[in-house]
Design a protein around this ligand. Structure first.
Ligand code: TXA
Ligand code: MG
Length: 343
């Protein structure tokens, strides 16, 4: 039985009708779950403070963690930012539409509810055709965080969205599993030197090929000291966590297997790579192939959710080696609360 306050959520494929409905709901100030190439987003009209406030309520999102504004036409940017610096212009030209979010100084049009009072705004032009169609149908810029309950792994399927926030929003559009599987790369071009705040499918190296050397926020790979200010507020919260405690274990498959022999107990699961399961002494959940970061990114959040479904009590995860895997390593470190064992 539904409580009287709970609504039915329509779950539907992308059709001209469902896209038109999504656009209409968004214009009216309602929330819609929609696929993007990275993860599913919880969309609202970015120009309506009440709609934006509702996002924070539905997600249980901390009040100081600002939202990304999504556009479907680069020219819309001039309304949203105070200036569009050359570095940002070059990045937009190279990577938009696509999984890159650029932080710039905000214009007066952006409500402070979106930016949590900050003078900057994060902008992204996603490449998923359904996301583009819905934003265009809405005819307004769209604020959209990942469509999970705060703290949980980001949703990469419509079922994930349904299980987190079904009943709380009127419509979820199902676009199948997201291609990339981890959230967009976030870079700020405000300040002396551009700085990477969140790694994603667009890598630091690819960005540097376009605008020269950039900084890497220390919060990407290490825990912020108590009292230290996060450049990107999202970086200070515990994230991507299944209920079980997660520890990253760094070493060869043989060493990992030996480690599990002596450290596993009831309810222990290994989070490891495809094929590892036959070599390990405990039940295994896999996240992609060893050394193949796009397959790992594609599987990671589903794997973390699966751990909950299986009622895992303790998770030891194989460490994803290699520089281009920064996005996957960053998400795993956060889900593990930076707990790493070196073998
Ligand atoms: O791939 C994505 O970016 C997905 C899809 C739905 O587009 N969205 C997403 O949004 O991941 P969210 O809200 O889960 O993550 C936004 C991140 C947070 O870490 C937030 O702190 C940061 O961007 N952010 C947003 N505005 C910012 C600003 N003005 N300054 C610094 N960081 C900002
Ligand atoms: Mg998120």
């Amino acid at each position: 039985m539904h409580s009287p306050t709970e609504r039915e959520t329509i779950l539907t494929a992308a059709t001209p009708q469902s896209i038109e409905l999504a656009g209409q709901l968004l214009r009216e100030g309602q929330l819609v779950g929609l696929p993007t190439e990275t993860v599913y987003g919880l969309a609202a009209n970015a120009l309506l403070p009440e709609a934006v406030t509702e996002i924070f309520k539905v997600k249980g999102r901390p009040q100081d963690n600002p939202l990304i504004v999504h556009i479907a036409d680069v020219n819309d940017i001039y309304l949203l930012v105070e200036d569009f610096p050359e570095s940002a212009r070059k990045l937009a030209e190279r990577f938009w539409p696509g999984p890159l979010t650029i932080i710039m100084r905000k214009s007066g049009l952006i409500p402070s509810e979106v930016t949590c009072g900050q003078s900057t705004v994060a902008i992204r032009f996603p490449s998923h055709p359904t996301a583009i169609a819905v934003i265009s149908a809405a005819g307004v810029p769209i604020a959209a965080p990942s469509a999970n309950i705060s703290g949980r792994p980001s949703p990469t399927t419509a079922e994930h969205v349904m299980s987190d926030i079904g009943g709380k929003i009127p419509l979820i559009i199902d676009g199948g599993a997201c291609d990339i599987g981890v959230e967009s790369t976030v870079i700020t071009v405000v300040g002396e030197k551009p700085c990477l705040l969140r790694p994603g499918a667009v890598t630091k190296r690819q960005i540097e090929a376009v605008i020269g050397e950039i900084d890497l926020s220390p919060a990407v790979l290490s825990e912020l000291e108590r009292g230290e200010e996060a450049q990107s507020p999202g970086m200070k919260y515990r994230h991507y966590s299944p209920s079980a405690k997660v520890t990253l274990v760094r070493g060869s498959l043989a060493a990992f297997s030996e480690f599990l022999e002596s450290n596993a107990s009831d309810g222990t699961y290994a989070l490891a790579f495809e094929g590892d399961e036959t070599q390990l002494p405990v039940p295994c959940i896999t996240y992609g192939r060893e050394g193949d970061f796009s397959s790992q990114a594609h599987e990671l959040f589903s794997a973390l959710r699966k751990a909950d479904e299986l009622d895992a009590r303790r998770i030891f995860a194989r460490y994803p080696e290699g520089g281009e895997g920064l996005a996957v390593l960053n998400r795993l470190l956060r889900s593990a609360g930076f707990d790493v064992i070196e073998l």
